[in-house]
Every structure is written in C-alpha cells, then in structure tokens.
Design a protein around this ligand. Structure first.
Ligand code: GDP
Length: 326
C-alpha cells in the first residue's frame, strides 16, 4: 500500500517511524512542514525536517524528541562564553547538519535536493520531502504582538497568548514537484498526530496553492482525490490530542486560547472537510458518536507512542483501518 504521510516534528516523526517499520521503503513518502524554519546565527535551521530525518535514521534523541542521540554541547558552550545567542540549543552533531545545509543553500541548492542528499548519507530509504522549496514562515499572532515561530516556541516557551496564525510566503510557495506525484500514486494519505495549527495547516495550505484557494478544503480534497479517474482518496488523521491534552508542545493551549476546547473531537472538526477516517485514543471513546456525526469513519485505539514497538503497533492499526476503507 503506497502511503504519503504529512508530518510536523515530534508526533509526525514518531508515526512516520512506525510506518517505516512496516511499509517497503519505496511505499512511504513523508511530506514535512517547513513553516518552522528560520535563519539563526546565521544558519538555516529546519527543525521538523531534522526531527523526521533523525528519527527515521535512528539518530534522534529519544528523551527530548528533537536533536541527536549521544549529543555533545561544546560549540554552544563556547558561543555562550563569547556572549553569543544561546536560546536555541544546538548540539555539536546537529550543528554540522545546519552548517552543511546552509553552505549548500548559499551555493544555490534547493532544500529538497539537500534533503535527498542528507537522507542518502544518513541511510534513510524512505522519501522525505520538505513541503516547499520556497520559504514559508509561520508567524504566531499573540497578545504580545506577532512572533516568528521559534521566537514564540523556544525563546518565549509558548507563554504568549495565541490569537491566530499567519504563514508568510504561503501565497507564492509551490509544493515541491515530487509531492504531487507521490500524492497521485498514493493509495492513502496519513495526517500524522502533529500540531494541526502550525505543523499540518501550512502543508495543507501549500498543497492548495495550485488551486488558488485561501482555505485548504474542500479544494484540497480534489488534489487528494485525483487518483485514477477522480475516485476520492482515503485521508486518515491521527489525533495529537489525548484526553484533552497534547502529548508534547502547545497544541492544546492553542486550541484553548482560540476559544475551542481541546479534544479529539476538536481535531476531527479541524480536518472535517478533508478526511475520510479519524484515529483517536481509547481514553476519548466518548467522542465517537460526535466524530462519526462529522461524516467520517473512526478507529479507537492506543495512540501514545512511547517506544518503537508502540509506534509500529499504531502504524499497523492505521494501515488496517485504511485497508478496510479501500
Ligand atoms: P513539533 O513541530 O516538533 O511540535 O512536532 P509535531 O507538530 O509533529 O508534534 C507535536 C504534536 O505531537 C503535539 O500536539 C503532540 O500532542 C503530538 N504527539 C507527540 N507524541 C505523540 C504520541 O505519542 N501520540 C500522539 N497521538 N500524539 C503525539
């Protein structure tokens, strides 16, 4: 079964790794958010791409969910000693990734080409594609003004109250060409349990770009439904919200601050016009009738991915669920 997975960082990487354990590598394409990318000291940093790649390569730090395993911190300690900026923690091995990526970008290579080369060097056999080679920058509109995403997320530790989001550059950003082909050939699309507001929405908006639409649905459903003669493709999302909480990060806080109670139901509603199936946790079983009322199939299962085994088990559940819909 050919799968295209849409992913942000941590939650997306975990499910991508589960899927990678089951599917033949040529059957998995992971499309990754680049709205969190930024230039810092002055390196080009692509946090979600790195998290997905390090995780698929078995190089990720299992405790933090970001950065490298067995990392050392000599460079940042020395930058601190010299009075430089250290709010964005970059380990020594991670630093090498950013330096080499920045060098290649300055030499005119595209982010997708660099990602292909890095994946090869790291022994990743799946296809990993940044959502676009054009810059898109997520801006968080808050009670303390507009903040670049990493300024909000890392420097201000998600403390400012969120009022909305903007994705600078989204109107002119085109999906990387390989993405549309991968989607066309896919049997199904899996929306990983990533943050809907700042990880998945930018990807969906970029995918909508060829249709010149300001909202991602229902037009995007047409792109996703292009397979052989227009039969609608299965699109399945996995909830990042379990028991009203995010497993990690500000997703639940964002829902609350936007006036929406964070829940599996709220996530299903977020993707209502796009998805055909929704996977959520057993602790949220009470939402099943309401979610089915949104005109989608449901799968209730254990969705916490604490280790490699339960990443694989959730991926198996998701693939069976899709198989039953095909
Ligand atoms: P970020 O860009 O690094 O914040 O990464 P993502 O957007 O991919 O991941 C953040 C989301 O992943 C959060 O909303 C978490 O609730 C979700 N998440 C992390 N781990 C898990 C997990 O084990 N299970 C589920 N269902 N969601 C998870």
């Amino acid at each position: 079964m050919k799968i295209v997975a849409l992913a942000g960082g941590v939650g997306g990487a975990k499910l991508a790794q589960g899927l990678a354990q089951i599917l033949p590598s040529e059957d998995l394409t992971v499309i990754v958010n680049t709205g969190d990318d930024f230039e810092h000291v002055p390196l080009y940093i692509s946090p979600d791409l790195d998290t997905v790649c390090y995780t698929l390569a078995g190089l990720a730090n299992p405790e933090t969910g970001w950065g490298r395993v067995n990392e050392t911190w000599n460079a940042i300690a020395n930058i601190e000693r010299l009075g430089g900026q250290t709010w964005f923690r970059v380990g020594d091995q991670d630093l090498a990734t950013h330096i080499e990526r920045t060098r290649r970008m300055k030499a005119g290579q595209s982010l997708s080409q660099i990602t292909r080369d890095f994946c090869k060097a790291w022994g990743i056999h799946q296809v990993v594609i940044p959502m676009s080679d054009n810059p898109v920058r997520t801006i968080v509109e808050t009670d303390q003004g507009e903040l670049a995403f990493q300024e909000y997320f890392v420097h201000r530790r998600c403390e400012p109250r969120v009022k909305g989001f903007r994705f600078d550059g989204i109107e002119s950003a085109k999906p990387e060409p390989g993405i549309l082909n991968a989607i066309k050939e896919a049997d199904a699309i899996v929306i990983c349990p990533s943050n809907p507001w700042v990880s998945i929405d930018p990807i969906l908006k970029v995918l909508s770009a060829p249709l010149v639409s300001s909202r991602h649905s229902p037009q995007i459903q047409r792109i996703l439904g292009e397979k052989d003669g227009g039969e609608a493709k299965k699109v399945v999302a996995v909830s990042p919200i379990i028991g009203g909480q995010a497993v990690k990060g500000p997703a639940a806080k964002m829902y609350r601050e936007l006036g929406i109670a964070p829940s599996a139901f709220a996530v299903a509603k977020h993707y209502q016009n796009l998805i055909t199936g929704f996977v959520f946790d057993e602790v949220d079983a009470k939402f099943e009738p309401d979610i089915q009322g949104l005109n989608m199939r449901t799968l209730i299962t254990k969705t916490l991915m604490e280790n490699s085994d339960n990443r694989r088990r959730l991926a198996e559940d998701v693939l069976h669920f899709i198989g039953n819909q095909l």
